[in-house]
Structure formats: structure tokens, C-alpha cells
Design a protein around this ligand. Structure first.
Ligand SMILES: Nc1ncnc2c1ncn2[C@@H]1O[C@H](COP(=O)(O)OP(=O)(O)OP(=O)(O)O)[C@@H](O)[C@H]1O
Length: 306
């Protein structure tokens, strides 16, 4: 069997009295982009900080390509690139000076530093800003420099904590594109509290809520998992909820007023077809019908109950 790139086993962490994460298990065996999804305070940064050796876990083990991060932290860290939630940028340095400093921190031999800087400047498309002070770069370009420092030592595994947070829509698209490019050669784990972010970027989703792993599967599986279970219906004719409840497959009916209803069903697509048929044959005057998408808040709360 292929060796794990990352293996997290029964990972738990407690800040003073409170457990931030509990019994997290996670296994990554092949390259790609993996998303760690969770609402604010769910435990994403705690997990990532432990993974990258910035925080010592209370319980459990983390292995990077078979190396125990607790027993051999330096060997493990050589294989990891990390962009924390707040990028560790020195704003009074130029891009080149900062990357040179990062290269030394990663023990890149002196004679290889210029080559390594040149490679990441090209890779992150920031060569034209090499002489510019970091404080004079836009948020999107600062984030590119943050990603550059995370990959300058050629790690096989890169961890990005909320990499598009605080960026404008164009910058978000550019940074997502860069993440996809760097993931062609390595494994990327990124965290976010934005569902569309993982759906746009990742192949696989891990979802943490209140410190527990509540979902581990592909983006398609996640979409199936959260598929809508309610239908919104607006009619020209005022009906009693019982009329709609009588349609096969409708579990419950909520009267929203103004001849509008919310219908609960186990199979929304079948229910939609049944409602359309009933409306046509009974002349209810169907004005509008659509499956309601779950809000992210309701998905989080539903999944955290499971
Ligand atoms: N240094 C700390 N001391 C005490 N509690 C902490 C500390 N850091 C985080 N916590 C708590 O641990 C829990 C998990 O926090 P964490 O930062 O890992 O969540 P997160 O999913 O990254 O959230 P966010 O997206 O808001 O950063 C939260 O309840 C948080 O308040």
C-alpha cells in the first residue's frame, strides 16, 4: 500500500481547560488539494498549527511521510511549507530580501539561495516586484509572497491557513489559480470557513465542527450530503396545507402566507415533479417552484449534530 503523505491519528488539543479539537483522524495518500472546512472557532488553525509543528498537541500523533512530528520535528518540518492565517511577512524588507531570509531559515545552502529565490519568484509570478518593499504590495501580492516563502524549500506538503481571507474577488481568483498550480507537484491542505472556496478549489473535504471531524469525503459526496431537502412553492390559488400534504412524497408543509409554501421531502426532485403535475391537473396556477439550498450555517449545524 502507498505510504501516507500525512497521517493524523486521534489528535486532540486542550488550551488550559477547554478542548479545541478532539480525536481528529485524517489520512492523505495522494497529491491534490484538500480542504479543511469549518466555521470560526471550529479548530482548523489548531489542527494546522500542530500539523506544522508550531503547537505541541495534548494527545495523538502526526506523521509526515512516516516521520513522527513529535519525535523528529526538524525532519518533519523540512517536508512542510506553511502559510499561517496571518502571513509572517516583514513589511520593511523587499520581496527578495524577505525570501532570502526565509531560505536561510529553511537551511537552504548559501550557494543555492539565489536559484531558489528565482524559482519561487517565477512560480508565484512576482519577479517584477522583487525589489519592492512588502508593505507597498497589494494584499493579493503579499499573499503570493506568503505562498512563495511556504514553497521555497521544495516541501512535498503545503499547509495554507485561510489563504484567500481578506482578498478582493479578483485577488481570490488569482490566488486560487496559483494554489492549483503549486498543487500540481505536491499536496496542499488549505483551511477555510467558506464552502464555495473548497468547492472551487479542493478535491476532498474534511469538515471540522466544534473540534470534531464531521465529514471526510470528496466534493461530490459533500454536495450529495448537503443536497436540499425543501421546496419553495408559490401558487396563484390559496390552498390549505392539507392539499399539498396529500401529494405523494411530501413529508410536511409550512404555510409562508401569500399562497407561498415550504415543502419538506426526502427526494426533492421527485417531489418537485409531483407538485408540478398536481398543480397542472388541479389548476392551482403555479407561479414559482425551486429547491431551497441549505445555508452554510444550517449545514454546519446539521453536520455537527451527526
Ligand atoms: N491560544 C488559545 N488559547 C485558548 N483558546 C484558544 C487559543 N487558540 C484557539 N483557542 C480556542 O480553540 C478553539 C478552536 O480555535 P481555532 O483557532 O483552532 O479555530 P478555527 O477553526 O481556526 O477558527 P478561525 O477560523 O476563527 O481561526 C476556539 O474555541 C478558540 O477560541
Amino acid at each position: 500500500m502507498q505510504e501516507s503523505i500525512i497521517s493524523i491519528q486521534k489528535l486532540s488539543h486542550r488550551y488550559s481547560a477547554q478542548w479545541a479539537i478532539r480525536d481528529i483522524n485524517l489520512e492523505i495518500r495522494k497529491n491534490g488539494i484538500y480542504g479543511l472546512l469549518g466555521s470560526n472557532g471550529a479548530g482548523k488553525s489548531t489542527t494546522m498549527n500542530i500539523l506544522c509543528g508550531v503547537l505541541q498537541q495534548t494527545e495523538g500523533n502526526v506523521f509526515i511521510q512516516g516521520i513522527d512530528t513529535k519525535k523528529q520535528p526538524e525532519e518533519a518540518k523540512c517536508r512542510i511549507g506553511f502559510l499561517p492565517q496571518k502571513a509572517p511577512l516583514h513589511l520593511d524588507l523587499t520581496v527578495e530580501e524577505f525570501l532570502s531570509y526565509c531560505a536561510k531559515l529553511h537551511y537552504i545552502p548559501a550557494k543555492e539561495i539565489n536559484k531558489a529565490i528565482h524559482e519561487v519568484l517565477e512560480r508565484c509570478n512576482i519577479s517584477h516586484f522583487r525589489k519592492r518593499l512588502l508593505r507597498n504590495l497589494s494584499g493579493g501580492y503579499q499573499q503570493r509572497v506568503g505562498i512563495a516563502q511556504a514553497i521555497i524549500h521544495h516541501p512535498d506538503f503545503v499547509v495554507l491557513d485561510e489563504p484567500t481571507n481578506g482578498l478582493d474577488p479578483n485577488q481570490i481568483l488569482e490566488v486560487r489559480h496559483l494554489i492549483k498550480e503549486i498543487a500540481e507537484e505536491r499536496t496542499v491542505l488549505l483551511s477555510t470557513h467558506i464552502l464555495s472556496e473548497v468547492q472551487a478549489t479542493c478535491e476532498h473535504i474534511y469538515m471540522i465542527e466544534k473540534g470534531h471531524m464531521v465529514f471526510d469525503g470528496s466534493v461530490n459526496e459533500f454536495d450529495n450530503y448537503i443536497r436540499p431537502s425543501t421546496l419553495f412553492v408559490a401558487l396563484a390559488k390559496q390552498l390549505s396545507p392539507e392539499d399539498l400534504q396529500a401529494i405523494p412524497g411530501i413529508l410536511s408543509v409550512e404555510n409562508l402566507g401569500n399562497s407561498q409554501y415550504r415543502l419538506q421531502s426526502a427526494n426533492v426532485q421527485e417531489a418537485l415533479e409531483q407538485v408540478v403535475e398536481s398543480s397542472v391537473s388541479n389548476h392551482w396556477g403555479l407561479i414559482e417552484i425551486y429547491p431551497e439550498k441549505s445555508s452554510l450555517d444550517s449545514i454546519f449545524s446539521e453536520l455537527s449534530k451527526k
